[in-house]
Design a protein around this ligand. Structure first.
Ligand SMILES: [Zn+2]
Length: 410
């Protein structure tokens, strides 16, 4: 059953008191709570939508009580400002503001990052005893969010979750690890790092060294791969907050994992889902990505915090999935019509125009990234690439743009 406590605390920034709901997790918490209950390494059973709706019903009852309390006690603030509210309760409005910590729910922050300077978006969750960070960004980004976290809480940043291995998400690990954190990731993150970060593992210079050539913050730092790994799920749960890290399959890379907050129904996706023309497909698999997004959609998120771009609701997952479905449909139709790689290459602009006419999908289309995306789908379907001269210009530029923070929208 749901145990709900309502409290209020002064905000360090002088903001008015806000009502807070603490919901004890109902799903998957039948493990005995040990003395060290902060980190449960035991895998959980897969949940279906039915289990989620049970929790929703229970929590709904409790939210009614809070509505009443807020009305009776104005110091709890207007009810529209209530945060930490599961399910039918209002969350903070979906207002994008790059570089400003975005309090999505009680103790849960989303940070839309300036991609050009600092890399990926971030999230952080303030547990009773520590802070869990979702994606460290580049070292400059890690320094930036560390300062912002410090302005909110003095609890230690103890865990840094890498949603995947890419530098704009994980190269900042070292900054957080030096401050006492442990980097955490799906086992696929390490496998990918061994594949691409060849310099770190004793081989020829790899991606880190390539990035260090153009980014001073990376050059002044070092790669710090995650050292706590999970094959499917890892759960953080202190009775007030629960964050489940889930690997649902191949998507943007072979090691993507999502951070799911079942109490608040908030999903942090890393680059398995983005909100804008940021889809780099070179390290993943578009066909399997669609399936992975389907699994993520089944969670029933109310808020989706993407790896790049502003946060949104559950439709962001669907929009990104539709983009890939339509992309595959269009390339597949040309493959079935026996079009050559050159002909498909020459049709990229027309494909882009068609995709741009589809609402919800248009924001994923950009001239810079579409050639690489079309080629990737062609490779997945036929094993054939674009003719050499086109391929080289397209994918090299894409790679450079994505991993050097240069891929602006539009
Ligand atoms: Zn990425």
């Amino acid at each position: 059953m749901a145990i709900v406590a309502i409290g209020a605390r002064p905000k360090s920034n002088g903001a008015p008191l806000q009502a807070m709901i603490y919901s004890r997790p109902i799903i998957g918490c039948d493990e005995p709570v040990s003395a060290n209950r902060n980190l449960i390494l035991k895998p959980i059973e897969q949940k279906g939508p039915n289990m989620s709706s049970i929790s929703r019903r229970h929590i709904l009852k409790s939210s009614g009580a809070l509505l009443g309390l807020a009305a009776l006690h104005p110091e709890f603030g207007h009810v529209a400002e209530v945060v930490g509210a599961p399910n039918n309760m209002p969350l903070r409005p979906l207002v994008a503001e790059v570089g400003k910590p975005d309090l999505v729910a009680t103790d849960v922050y989303f940070h839309e990052t300036n991609l050009a300077t600092n890399g990926s978006n971030n999230g952080w969750v303030i547990f009773d005893d520590y802070v869990l960070v979702i994606d460290a960004s580049y070292p400059a980004g890690a320094q930036d969010i560390l300062g912002k976290i410090r302005a909110i809480t003095d609890k230690p940043v103890r865990f840094a979750f890498d949603t995947h291995h890419h530098g704009d998400h994980a190269y900042g690990n070292q900054v957080l690890v030096e401050g006492g954190a442990t980097a955490v990731g799906h086992t696929g993150v390490i496998e990918e790092m061994k594949r691409y970060e060849t310099g770190y593992y004793g081989g020829q210079p790899g991606r880190w060294e390539q990035t260090a050539n153009s980014r001073k913050d990376v050059k002044a730092s070092r790669l710090k791969p995650p050292s706590v790994l999970f094959p499917q799920e890892l759960i953080f749960d202190d009775g007030k907050h629960r964050v489940e890290l889930h690997h649902f399959g191949i998507a943007h890379t072979h090691g993507d994992a999502f951070a799911w907050l079942p109490n608040e129904r908030i999903l942090f996706t890393g680059d398995a889902c983005v909100a804008g023309p940021y889809n780099f497909v070179g390290d993943g698999n578009v066909e399997q990505w669609i399936t992975t997004l389907e699994a993520a959609r089944k969670l029933g998120a109310r808020v989706v915090c993407p790896g790049h771009g502003p946060r949104g609701d559950g439709d962001v997952l669907k929009n990104q999935q539709d983009f890939f479905k339509q992309l595959r449909d269009k390339v597949g139709a040309m493959v079935n019509a026996k079009k050559s790689p050159q002909q498909i290459h020459d049709s990229v602009e027309a494909i882009g125009a068609e995709l741009s006419s589809s609402s919800g999908v248009a924001r994923y289309v950009s001239k810079g990234s579409l050639p690489g995306q079309v080629e990737k789908v062609l490779v997945e379907m036929t094993g054939q690439k674009f003719p050499e001269q086109q391929k080289a210009s397209g994918s090299a530029r894409l790679w450079h743009a994505h991993h050097h923070g240069l891929d602006h929208p539009g």
